[in-house]
Design a protein around this ligand. Structure first.
Ligand code: AKG
Ligand code: FE2
Length: 394
């Protein structure tokens, strides 16, 4: 059976730190740090995850959907200065952007979509064999609710490890004889999207005047955390719009999303929800909580959700890249000096961040990151008070 696992790739803890303590480095073993008690009431939580306010996609699009900033990966690969600056501005302002000219063939995108539909079409019995083992974040996730009975995982998802050995162990749980087509498409897809991700992180570091490897050198495919998350959102039978994925931020450094031609993704900007229209061959990329912390809040990790469609099934594939489990995630020291601002978060490891999610559970929006805030927000205090324990994960 699936353990109680948090719903999304987000969230963290803390311990106060001077800027020099915030230097990121590995450490051999990490005694668990507990977030300090919360006192300082600050701002209102940025969003209300009230499902009664859902807006159908068609309605958004007839009103004219807002376009995400678009960057050209070909230009970034050539360190084109204007494009690098465009990327940095887009990420600062939106935390989300689209990538054109990624070099990932359209054929591979349609192949991965096909494999997503194959795996979810398996009998439930085969899928539940791959439910996450205790302590694991990977595996098949199906509908689950929290202790208060509120549904958290609303659709089906499969979190495949990026680590090749762990991945083939999981694939065997779905197909005891193995599945060569599935395995090879997934492998090709991971390799291709990883290249995109590394280039984007190099360009971001370059754009901030940092060592180009600043954000890439401590990433890891071997951890329990980096994953390829396949999502499927069956058409809703309700006449009114329904949620397919609760509002959350990703825990990752970056997440690279391929969405099918069916819309559903909405992001939170300036206190409003914005629907993102899928565009063939363009990836949607978003900053995760870890990059928000490393960039010392220059790059926001933005809350997003999925709304189901009335008559169409939607699928998506999220490539989620996380740091090595023992790497201490804190702000890049140069950014602390440039901004003359110490981090509002206690540093943490990926291990601690994910453990926080499992122990506290997914709470709406960015509540997990709030746990690591040195001066917790009013919303965090409210959430801590509620202490919801059961969770799902992204
Ligand atoms: O399906 C989508 O468009 C979003 C998926 C997502 O946010 C996630 O997997 O973290
Ligand atoms: Fe997400």
């Amino acid at each position: 059976m699936a353990p109680n696992v948090p719903a999304h790739d987000d969230a963290l803890y803390n311990s106060h730190a001077s800027s020099s303590f915030l230097l990121s480095h590995h450490r051999p073993s990490t005694p668990r740090r507990t977030p300090p008690p919360s006192h300082h009431a600050q701002q209102q939580h940025p969003c209300h995850m009230d499902s009664s306010q859902l807006v159908a996609h068609d309605q958004f699009f007839t009103q004219g959907a807002e376009m995400l900033p678009l960057v050209d990966l070909g230009l970034l690969c050539h360190a084109d200065k204007a494009e690098v600056q465009k990327l940095v501005m887009a990420v600062k302002e939106w935390g989300f952007f689209e990538v054109a000219n990624s070099g990932v063939p359209l054929k591979l995108l349609s192949e991965i979509e096909e494999q997503v539909s194959h795996v979810f079409a398996l009998p439930l019995e085969a899928k539940t064999r791959a439910e996450p083992a205790a302590g694991s974040f990977h595996g098949y996730l199906t509908k689950s609710s929290g202790e208060d009975g509120k549904m958290l995982q609303l659709s089906e998802a499969l979190r495949l490890p990026l680590n090749p050995q762990h991945r083939s162990d999981m694939i065997i749980q779905f197909w005891p004889e193995g599945n060569e087509a599935f395995s090879s498409v997934v492998e090709k897809y991971i390799a291709a999207v990883d290249t995109v991700l590394l280039q984007l992180l190099k360009s971001l570091a370059l754009g901030l005047g940092l060592d180009p490897l600043q954000f890439t050198r401590n990433l890891s495919n071997d951890a329990n955390f980096s994953a390829l998350r396949m999502n499927i959102y069956p058409a809703s039978s309700q006449s009114s719009p329904t949620l397919g994925l609760v509002a959350h931020s990703d825990a990752s450094i970056l997440t690279i999303l391929h969405q099918s031609s069916v819309a559903g993704l909405q992001i939170r900007k300036d206190e409003k929800w914005i629907a993102i229209k899928p565009r063939l061959g363009f990836f949607v990329v978003n900053v995760g909580d870890m990059l928000q912390v490393m960039s010392n809040d220059l790059f926001p990790s933005v809350v997003h959700r999925v709304v189901k469609n009335n008559n169409k099934c939607r699928s998506s594939v999220a490539f989620i890249k996380v740091t090595h489990p023992e790497f201490i995630v804190g702000p890049v020291p140069e950014l602390v000096s440039q901004q003359q601002r110490t981090s509002p978060y206690h540093p943490f490891t990926a291990e601690e961040y994910y453990t926080s999610m499992t122990s506290h559970g997914l709470l709406d929006g960015k509540s997990n990151l709030d746990r690591f805030r040195i001066s917790p927000t009013v919303e965090h205090q409210r959430i801590t008070h509620l202490q919801r324990k059961s969770t799902i994960q992204v």
